[in-house]
Design a protein around this ligand. Structure first.
Ligand code: SAH
Ligand code: SF4
Ligand code: F3S
Length: 484
């Protein structure tokens, strides 16, 4: 675990530290004392279950929650049924994410009736939404702890507060300019890790709730990012994924500004690190400098996630994306010219207010021309408080369904065509896990993010091996380890 806390080094009889992260270490040590008491009474350590419901940024936050819980003396478990503490790290990007939380809370309520000592916590993006918070307070009053995205670093303190308190503890901040470094983190994979390089978003795409729930854009200092990656590499990490809502605007607001391309150049120099990924890139800010760094790099993976959202310039303008269809296509062409073996993936929304079948035609045209390896397609979801939610021309459900179906068909065709181009080639794959459906196979990931399944020994997990891509099955390959 990155940055494990040793409770013996923390003096609980001194005054409560004011500085962070020392203050949090103090509370984590207090929780450890509580966990010792629990163990004496129950002859076992308390068990905690962290459920991640959001994007990669939320997943990274969940690793931080897990790190703090482990440091506090909990044992992590996958099952909610056997846990003494359950925390949901929520998402709210689309309404169905919220509905999922309400559904699962119903189940937790019945678990809690059977086991009244079970504690339940909610955090993450959905908690930053006043209407959702209100509903939970009123209709799910059995929840013990609620906090948001801005004060997640305070989890140790909040956890201790909850263990001591009667009734619901709620702590939600509107925003923050603080970034607290050096808290414990428990990683899901020993050989790869996400790294936050920035938090928040300033783009305010008109449909999107993220800027409201994640706050303004804040970049971490390059020296903090580099030292975190070096420490991870020393622990055996060979692949990192740099995370931010718009990595291309990284570093612009730092005291000593630095570009994302420059940051990548520095990360490239870290010895022992073999693969670098990043997401997400906003097309409006993707610089020639970045394309150049990617082209020359030995470590940056041949994959770019470049959300399109819509192929219609009219809709893009209403979405406040700040590029046109033609600018997007020109960018894709430039990237492909410079880095021919790159795989490009995207996100697309269907059903934005005012969208007509002709707009979907434009989107389909871009899908055909951009030749995506994959496109994540979403039906527009109205998010309260965003400018698009107030637009009067919401698209009828029938039109949305029809457009979505048409788009999906083209996405599948083009992705298959694009991915199958690699058939017969031998490429390097990072072996990630045993195949979840078929235990005799391993699952690996190519530099361009394509998945390949092949036979091999579990001891290869975490290593990069050459794999011959035998058969393309839509979005993945069946392959064979290449013998040298
Ligand atoms: N910062 C990233 C996206 C984060 S949200 C970017 O700009 O690329 C991930 C995806 O969710 C978005 O790319 C978008 O396609 C989708 N999304 C966001 N808000 C949505 C909404 N209100 N309805 C449907 N999909 C939405
Ligand atoms: Fe949302 Fe746009 Fe920011 Fe992405 S760039 S998080 S879509 S506002
Ligand atoms: Fe991510 Fe969902 Fe929040 S997409 S930033 S977890 S709203």
């Amino acid at each position: 675990m990155y940055n494990k806390i040793n409770p013996e080094n923390i003096n609980l009889s001194t005054e409560l530290p004011v500085q962070e992260p020392e203050r949090q270490y103090y509370f984590i040590a207090r929780c450890q004392k509580w966990a010792e008491g629990f163990e004496e009474k129950n002859c076992r350590r308390p068990r905690a279950c962290v459920v991640n419901m959001g994007c990669q940024m939320n997943a990274r936050d969940s690793e931080k929650l897990a790190g703090i819980l482990e440091s506090a003396g909990y044992i992590l478990t996958e099952g909610e049924e056997e846990a003494d503490f359950v925390i949901y790290n929520t998402c709210t990007v689309r309404d169905n994410a919220n509905q999922k939380v309400y559904g699962r809370l119903g189940h937790l309520n019945s678990l809690k009736k059977r086991n009244p000592s079970l504690k339940v916590a909610l955090c993450g993006c959905m908690m930053q939404e006043p209407s959702a918070l209100e509903k939970i307070r009123k209709s799910y009053s059995f929840v013990d702890l609620i906090f948001g995205t801005h004060n997640i670093y305070k989890f140790g303190e909040l956890l201790y507060g909850m263990l001591e308190a009667e009734g619901m503890v709620v702590d939600i901040w509107q925003d923050t300019d603080q970034i607290v470094e050096n808290l414990p983190v428990e990683r899901k994979y020993p050989f790869k890790s996400g790294i936050n390089i920035m938090f928040g978003c300033n783009n305010f795409c008109s449909y999107c709730i993220v800027p409201y729930v994640r706050g303004r854009e804040r970049s971490r200092k390059p020296e903090d990012i580099l030292s975190e990656i070096k420490a991870l590499v020393a622990e055996g990490v060979i692949e990192v994924m740099l995370l931010g809502q718009n990595v291309n605007s990284y570093g612009k607001n730092l005291e000593n500004p630095i570009s994302f391309a420059q940051l990548l150049g520095e990360i490239e120099k870290i010895e022992g690190l073999q693969r670098i990924r990043f997401m997400t890139s906003h097309p409006k800010d993707l610089s020639d400098g970045l394309i150049q760094v990617m082209k020359e790099s030995k470590k940056i993976c041949r994959h770019l996630h470049l959300p399109l959202q819509s192929g219609s310039t009219r809709i893009l303008s209403a979405m406040n994306r700040r590029y046109t269809k033609e600018q997007y296509l020109a960018l894709v062409e430039k990237i492909r010219r410079e880095i021919p073996d790159i795989a490009i993936t995207t996100d697309i929304i269907v059903g934005f207010p005012g969208e007509q079948p002709e707009d979907v035609d434009e989107t389909i045209d871009v899908v055909r021309k951009a030749k995506y390896d994959n496109a994540f397609t979403f039906i527009y979801s109205k998010r309260t408080g965003t400018p698009a939610a107030a637009m009067e021309n919401q698209t009828p459900e029938e039109t949305v369904k029809e457009g979505f179906g048409r788009l999906l068909k083209v996405v599948q065709e083009t992705a298959r065509e694009q991915i199958s181009r690699l058939e017969g080639q031998t490429l390097e794959a990072l072996v990630e896990e045993v195949n979840q459906q078929d235990g005799s196979l391993l699952t690996g990931r190519l530099s361009n993010n394509t998945i390949v399944h092949f036979q091999g020994d579990q001891s290869l997990i975490g290593q990069i091996v050459p794999v011959c891509l035998k058969e393309c099955h839509g979005f993945y390959y069946l392959g064979e380890i290449a013998r040298e």
